[in-house]
Design a protein around this ligand. Structure first.
Ligand code: AHM
Ligand code: MG
Length: 337
């Protein structure tokens, strides 16, 4: 069977479908190349001295792992000189990173969580890189890029994707024309299309949530999960299975593969925060991918992609995955309001 490479896929998206511009194609290729480089570091583990903490704190007040910093640097260094970007923003950096003057500036903005699921690094479980691409707003061409340019709702994303560093290294991508998966052929160093037109089943019997936070949840989440746990004798009339990898990339990847619902809701531990996950680096790109695969994503009240961000590192409550389950859990929230 003839295999299609990432390059060929992108050229076709550009040429036949008109979904992407040459600049966006370059951008995606550069991100994909960075992910290959990160995958090499990840796979070396202790041999590459990449495990453990860097003993520094990021802007979120979280301890950084060595790989958080390595992955962040790889993405910045690879993307700053190509002429496709105006600026970047990362979960690991306080402010935006404007492309230095010595390089040409492009029209796109790149946002990323360089290494998601950091708590899994040292235990050799799946982790990933999540990215989102926005366009510099119309009318701002020629003007200096500013943080405000990034504060666009997720519907404005020109592309979104993630790379999962698991038993296989895979790149999952949407340019707004469905979801495609590429597997890294390590011998050839090539991304090869292995799944296209992904569709998440609307119904599922699998949920993903960190159950240890149960006592802190709001009533709508308590109700939704209690009904799942009640199984065949409860109101749902069926048994549910539970999975929680504590790596959003790995949990979303499972949901794309066989369905399911993922929840990281607001809870009472830090009531002033809307949730744990970040809107612009995690929730928006994942929501675009999930919607493009016929799933749904809300914060319990509204579609995540419609949220207008107030600031770069904004947090959000997340319910995403199989459409009917997301709708049910969302209804429980709106009913309770
Ligand atoms: P990170 O970006 O610092 O790795 O945090 C995000 C991760 C998600 O991948 C995952 O869904 C969640 O945090 C797990 O959180 P918890 O350890 O509270 O279950
Ligand atoms: Mg993360």
């Amino acid at each position: 069977m003839k295999r299609i490479s990432l390059t060929q896929y992108l050229v076709e998206q550009q040429r036949r479908q008109g979904h992407i511009t040459p600049q966006l194609r370059l951008l995606i290729e550069v991100v994909a190349r960075s992910c290959k480089q990160i995958a090499i570091s990840v796979s070396k583990g202790a041999l590459g001295d990449v495990l453990g903490s860097a003993e520094t704190e990021n802007v979120q007040g979280e301890m950084q792992k060595k790989l958080d910093i390595i992955a962040n640097e790889v993405l910045i260094e690879a993307n700053e000189w190509g002429g496709h970007l105006a600026a970047m923003a990362s979960e690991e950096m306080e402010g935006i990173y404007v492309v230095p003057n010595r390089f040409p500036q492009g029209e796109y903005l790149l946002l990323f969580d360089p290494l998601d699921g950091s708590s899994n690094i040292d235990v050799n479980a799946s982790i990933g890189t999540i990215f989102s691409v926005l366009k510099k707003p119309d009318g701002s061409a020629g003007e200096a890029v500013a943080e405000a340019d990034f504060l666009q709702p997720g519907t404005g994303q020109a592309a979104a994707g993630y790379c999962i560093y698991g038993p296989q290294t895979m790149l999952v991508l949407t340019v707004g024309n469905g979801v495609a998966m590429f597997t890294l052929d390590r011998e050839q160093g090539a991304w090869t299309l292995t799944h296209d037109g992904l569709k998440i089943p609307a119904d599922t019997k699998e949920f993903a949530i960190n159950m240890s936070n149960q006592r802190h949840w709001a009533p709508p989440v308590q109700r939704y999960i209690a009904e799942c746990l009640a199984g065949t004798t409860g109101p749902r009339g069926k048994d549910f299975n539970m999975r929680w990898i504590a790596s959003m990339v790995a949990d979303v990847h499972r949901i794309l593969t066989r369905g399911g619902v993922f929840l990281y809701p607001w809870d009472r531990r830090e009531p002033e925060k809307a949730g744990k996950l970040r809107l612009m680096y995690e929730a928006n790109p994942m929501s675009l991918i999930i919607e493009q695969a016929c799933g749904a994503a809300t914060n319990g009240r509204q579609r995540i992609l419609d949220i207008v961000p107030g600031r770069l590192h904004e947090r959000v409550s997340v319910i995403l995955g199989s459409k009917n389950e997301v709708e049910r859990a969302t209804t429980y929230h709106t009913d309770a309001a």
